[in-house]
Design a protein around this ligand. Structure first.
Ligand code: AMP
Ligand code: MG
Length: 363
């Protein structure tokens, strides 16, 4: 199959893409989080194509994307008050709510669960596509299963060229990590199943009468999480990753010492870190082996570069990879969640500073 990559995306292109979706085909499209691989969410055989193209396990459910909030009522049996509140405040945006599913949503979308994930993306191309298709669009991230999510059209092409007919190129994704998933199906409490750019703090500030929990499994690499797909080791870099957390200068010093140690042993090692830390190791690491993820503490920059960094190092010959962590506040919770998973929980707390969550670090 030839894969067409369209940029810039015109109204005619949207019509063309929407036609493909209506006819049961797949279209990759930009969102503000990561690129999605879309299919008609009411068409079971179209959704089956998503699993096939990605190599995705069948029990890992899909999120249904809607173009405006009125469509939520078409995919949910009911929208619980907490979900309605969160959607009113944060949609369109990087938020997925888990709600009871409407009877006509095919089982393949939800992995057989009685619930469904619903999201209204804050991206004009995405919303125009859904609106033109006239159906909820089932869309997981547009990567091969087990690879980092794509944050640019070229990354989609790297994974899926030849397997899908069309990629709409909308440039780089604003956030660069997947949406926050909030389970709103329980009475009196909501649970964050996956942290993202709508942060725990933002949710708690809105739902003042509701307990806001964070799925405990998010904090440990080895526990079995509640969100079905989260049990899969989403992505592991080719080279084993170790994440260093703590106060910036101490982390930079510890990373430099470890880089020198490994290099002296003849090991090729890569580093993903803040600009400040990269500056500290510049003299001991070739340029291709260091990836600058923005100013220290700029978790938005880190989030938007992390998957590109991980893909970059998979193309090099490094034997191991080190990364600087972030504080687990705000967007940092999401960045650390992805780093924790990519490292299989190999986290070193330097000087016992801000690593609060007891990882399975081999000390
Ligand atoms: P992706 O779109 O590739 O980021 O994957 C979607 C993720 O959303 C899945 O891996 C699940 O973790 C989560 N998800 C989707 N539907 C549900 C649901 N009904 N209940 C809980 N989690 C869900
Ligand atoms: Mg995914």
């Amino acid at each position: 199959m030839q894969t067409e990559i369209i940029s810039p995306v015109t109204e005619t292109d949207i019509e063309h893409a929407a036609g493909l979706i209506r006819r049961g085909q797949l279209v990759a499209f930009p969102t503000e989080t990561v690129y999605g691989l879309g299919a008609n969410g009411l068409d079971a055989s179209a959704c089956a194509r998503i699993y096939k193209a990605k190599g995705r396990p069948a029990d890992n459910p899909l999120i249904l994307h809607i173009s405006d909030l009125s469509m939520a009522a078409d995919v949910a049996r009911e929208v619980p008050p907490a979900a309605a509140h969160l959607l009113t405040v944060f949609a369109p945006g990087p938020l997925t709510v888990i709600v009871p599913k409407a009877a006509h949503i095919p089982d393949i979308v939800t992995g057989g669960l009685p619930t469904v994930g619903v999201r209204c993306p804050a991206n004009d191309i995405a919303r125009a596509l859904i609106r033109a298709a006239g159906v909820p669009v089932a869309a997981p991230s547009a990567n091969t299963s087990g690879r980092p999510s794509p944050t640019a059209a070229a990354m989609v092409a790297d994974d899926l060229a030849g397997r899908i007919p069309l990629i709409l190129d909308g440039g780089a994704c604003r956030w660069g990590i997947e949406s926050t998933i909030v389970d709103c199906t329980a009475e009196g409490a909501v649970t964050i199943l996956r942290p993202g750019a709508v942060t725990r703090e933002m949710i708690a500030a809105e739902l003042t009468q509701t307990e806001v929990r964070v799925d405990s499994a998010l904090m440990a690499a080895d526990a079995v999480p509640r969100a079905p797909g989260m049990k899969y080791r989403h992505y592991a870099p080719r080279a084993p990753l170790t994440v260093y957390t703590g106060a910036g200068p101490a982390v930079a010093a510890a990373l430099r010492a470890e880089l020198l140690r490994r290099s002296a042993a003849g090991e090729r090692v890569g580093l993903i870190a803040s600009r400040e830390t990269v500056a500290v190791v510049r003299d001991v690491l070739p340029a291709a082996y260091r990836y600058d993820c923005g100013a220290r503490g700029d978790t938005a920059a880190y989030a938007s570069r992390l998957y590109d960094a991980l893909r970059h190092f998979d193309r090099t010959d490094i034997a191991s990879l080190l990364a600087e962590g972030t504080e687990e506040e705000g967007l940092g919770l999401a960045v650390m969640n992805r780093l924790r998973k990519a490292s299989g929980g190999d986290i070193v707390a330097v000087g016992g500073a801000f690593e609060k969550t007891g990882s399975n670090k081999k000390d």
